[in-house]
Design a protein around this ligand. Sequence first.
Ligand SMILES: [Zn+2]
Length: 203
Amino acid sequence: RQNLSCLSLTPFVTVCLCANTNLTFIFFSCLCTDCPQVISRCQWGAQPFRGTPIPLSLPLPFLYIHHTENPSEPCLTFEKCASDMRAIQRYHQDERGWSDIGYSFVIGSEGHIFEGRGWEIQGRHTKGHNSIGYGVSVIGNYNSTLPSVEAMDLIRHRFYQCAVDGGGLMANFTLHGHRQVVATDCPGDAFFEEIKTWEHFRD
Ligand SMILES: [Zn+2]
């Protein structure tokens, strides 16, 4: 299993945080030196997963883009984004009866990636496709406006690279909007038009 996140100590020394601790990785250059900071579940105050998680078989061939729709407003501070994460998880677990927040990762407009089910666990975001792709959602409703440039850059530059280098996504992965595979408006008209121009997008 490959390393999925790294910790840079100095410009020349990088310690890879590996799923199975393997000391031979330490002090060798990591494949994933450009991973953005991911706000862990404990940092946003997540409730535990309910039941037994299903592990993903990595690397995955698809990345599905979503908007949360509700909350409909982009979150602009860490505190608001963390509170939105707790509200989304509460809705998915208590109202919908799911094991956990459905998304693999969630993007705040303040520029952070929040851990949902994460790299290793199958999500519940794109019906019929959860075992073959990650679901990444941006907090807000993007039918008529776009997410912040910072939030979009985080996905199309840093998340892409991190996920491929870390062994989460195949190098030639396909990007789809939720609406391409399920009858839904998600990720919103404006945002969907935007991701059509992104690398890895396929009709
Ligand atoms: Zn969606």
